[in-house]
Write a protein of this length. Structure first.
Lengths: 136, 569
């Protein structure tokens, strides 16, 4: 079981749905959320500077939406994969989006950190599949 | 000579003496009175000697005169001989045909040229001027004879003429004939001697050049010729312009010859292009530019301007030829077209973006609804009315989701005109399609006839061709006739560089008289079947056309439907 999962999405209903489905699946102990890329980066920064404790939890899996206000999914990934976030970017990223733009799909293949590109909504079978994929 | 005079004199003396002696003897014999006979005899001898002396003088004088005359004659003779030899040599050396016409007798003589150049045998050659005139081309003969006779009547100074002369084989040769007159002491023309020169080659060359020249003079493109060398930073001076050029630029030939084409330059001319041209001139290379030029009236026009160097035998440039075309209209159209394409591309991009955003914005809340409905499934519901409402809610939500997913498929097909193509085995494609439809095929057991051996491999997109065949096969099964066993035949043929796929069933068909223009339309349904959405054929057509193919349909109600799909292969 994973310690922590981060869901980044601007839609509160989607976040609510994620929380409910993920907690049902018992894939992790804790779910945290962010409303856009910037907020997520802010959370990582806080984690980095305020809590130097080695035992502190950090997200191991990130569900990421692409179209978000303030900072979208791609911009978030560009920051997140830089050396500034070296201690966090070992986490796996799953793009969870309702986009149909083939360019997004092609772009996702260029990021090794993205292990899958899934279509909304999040479902229990989807999480079962992910469990197998990340070998839990 | 002297001895001959002496000889003649001596003979005279001897003969005369013999006669005198003879007469003396006869007289002395027959007459008795001989008193004066000896005196007469002496007188005779004296007379003979005196006349002999006189005779000798006359003969020797005559002789002297004869010698001078003879000498003169000999000299003239030699001169004539020499001149004759010269004439023979010249006649042989020249390629001209020489004729000699005695005008009064009307007899004409030809040299060997008439044989060598015009191919007449000596016996064919006529002896009168008529023969000559007969051989002249009818179009030339009147003009020629008028000129000739006015020369003979000495109204004109010189005579030379060009006409066509018929050869032995019936063909005509262009000739240049030059002649002069011989006159008698009264100044009357008695003889005329002429030389005919074969100028067919020159004439043909002249006509060929004239024809070539018409290309320049009649051309709708402007043509100008310039000198080889230019002053610094200028295009070489013009030496010739054709009429089309004057038409285009407004400059007459005499206004522009001697000037540099630089005068067409104006404020809007493309200086980069002109630099390119000057560079090419410097490097002695041909060059093509497009720029705005200015007419004499300072009106602008677009011109496509080429400069081609002309090299002489020594390999140095003798001239430049420039061909120019007014492309103002062309440029205008091009600009309009570019503008239109830019606008369309932008519109298309906007629309595409719009469709992505719309579908995203529709799908986002919809996926939430589905997710929420999934959650409800696990919650027991006590109220039957609420259960019914939620069931309806679920059904509607899923239908909306399907519709949106279908639309998304269409958008993606439309957006992907250059998808990946590969060599696909039709047999494999069908195996895939059949395995996807194994349940329906097992259920209805249609008779399926396949014939792919003509087109084992098709260069196409595998996913699309599978989707196309899946849709068509599903339709055939879905719209089969209840009264007869379903028969489907799928035949692939290769004709030239096209693969033709014929897909035929014996199902219920579509009434094409009413629906031909709607068959491949989006959301067009022709039978009220519960699971038909009117999307299948629309997708099929989109996919076929995206791959550069065409599809057509033939159908008859209650007999069956045939689709013909053509791909480039």
């Amino acid at each position: 079981m994973l310690e922590q999962i981060l869901c980044i999405d601007d839609d509160p209903i989607t976040l609510m749905l994620c929380k409910k489905v993920i907690s049902k699946s018992q894939i992790c102990h804790e779910i945290i959320t962010a409303q856009n890329g910037e907020e997520a980066l802010h959370q990582f920064n806080t984690l980095k500077y305020t809590n130097k404790n080695k035992d502190s939890k950090k997200p191991e899996l990130i569900f990421l939406d692409l179209n978000m206000p303030v900072m979208g999914g791609w911009e978030f990934l560009d920051h997140f994969t830089s050396s500034d976030y070296a201690e966090f970017n070992t986490a796996n990223v799953i793009v969870l989006s309702s986009t149909i733009d083939p360019e997004d799909l092609a772009k996702a293949k260029k990021y090794p950190i993205i292990i899958d590109f899934l279509s909304k909504p999040i479902t229990l079978p989807m999480l079962e599949y992910l469990k197998k994929k990340i070998d839990l | 000579m002297k001895s001959k005079t002496l000889q003649i004199t001596l003979v005279y003396i001897l003969v005369s003496l013999f006669m005198a002696i003879l007469c003396h003897k006869i007289l002395t014999t027959y007459f008795s009175d001989v008193k004066y006979f000896y005196l007469f005899f002496l007188k005779d001898i004296f007379f003979i000697l005196t006349t002999a002396l006189f005779f000798k003088y006359i003969v020797s004088k005559n002789e002297k005169r004869n010698v001078t005359v003879f000498k003169k004659l000999k000299k003239t003779n030699e001169e004539i001989k020499e001149s004759n030899e010269k004439y023979d040599i010249v006649a042989k050396a020249t390629s001209d045909t020489i004729w000699d016409w005695k005008i009064q007798e009307d007899s004409i003589n030809w040299n060997k040229g008439i044989e060598g150049i015009f191919g007449y045998n000596p016996e064919e050659v006529g002896k009168t001027s008529k023969w000559w005139f007969d051989k002249i081309h009818p179009e030339d003969s009147i003009r020629m004879s008028i000129k000739l006779y006015s020369f003979i009547e000495q109204k004109t100074e010189k005579w030379q003429d060009q006409y066509r002369f018929r050869c032995a084989d019936g063909s005509y040769k262009y000739v240049l004939d030059r002649g002069f007159l011989l006159k008698d002491e009264n100044g009357r023309a008695t003889r005329m001697i002429g030389a005919i020169q074969d100028i067919t080659k020159q004439k043909e060359e002249e006509q060929r050049l004239k024809l070539l020249e018409t290309v320049i003079t009649q051309s709708k493109d402007s043509i100008l010729i310039t000198e080889a060398n230019s002053q610094a930073r200028k295009i070489p001076k013009i030496v010739y312009v054709n009429p089309a050029f004057s038409q285009m630029s407004g400059y007459l030939s005499n206004e522009i010859v001697g000037k540099s084409p630089n005068i067409f330059k104006g404020p809007k001319s493309d200086s980069e292009e002109l630099k390119k041209l000057l560079r090419a001139i410097k490097n002695e290379e041909e060059c093509l530019i497009e720029t705005i030029s200015y007419t004499k009236q300072k009106e602008e026009y677009w011109v496509r301007f080429s400069m081609i160097p002309i090299f002489n035998n020594e390999g140095s440039i003798s001239h430049w030829i420039s061909i120019q075309r007014d492309i103002t209209e062309e440029k205008k159209l091009e600009t309009e077209k570019e503008h239109l394409i830019r606008e369309l591309t932008q519109n298309n991009k906007d629309l595409k973006q719009f469709s992505y955003i719309t579908s995203h914005n529709l799908r986002a809340p919809l996926s939430n609804l589905i997710g929420l409905l999934n959650l409800i499934e696990d919650i027991p519901i006590e109220n039957p009315e609420l259960e019914e409402i939620l069931a309806g809610f679920t059904k509607s939500t899923h239908l909306l989701n399907e519709t949106i997913n279908d639309l998304v498929k269409v958008i993606i097909i439309k957006d992907n005109p250059s998808m990946q193509k590969e060599e696909v085995s039709l047999k494999e494609v069908f195996e895939n399609v059949f395995s996807q439809l194994s349940f329906q095929i097992e259920l209805h057991k249609p008779i399926i006839k396949l014939k792919f051996d003509r087109v084992p491999l098709l260069n196409t997109n595998k996913a699309y061709i599978e989707s196309i065949l899946l849709n068509l096969l599903t339709n055939s099964i879905k719209y089969k006739s209840e009264n007869r066993k379903l028969k489907i035949s799928i035949i692939a043929e290769q004709i030239d560089n096209k693969a033709i796929l014929t897909f035929k069933d014996n199902g219920i068909g579509i009434d094409l008289e009413r629906n031909r223009d709607k068959v491949f339309g989006l959301y067009q349904r022709f039978h009220n079947y519960p699971d038909s959405k009117g999307l299948g054929l629309y997708l099929v057509k989109s996919q076929v056309e995206t791959m550069g193919g065409t599809i057509s349909i033939e159908s008859e109600v209650n007999k069956g439907t045939t689709f013909t799909i053509t791909f480039k292969n």
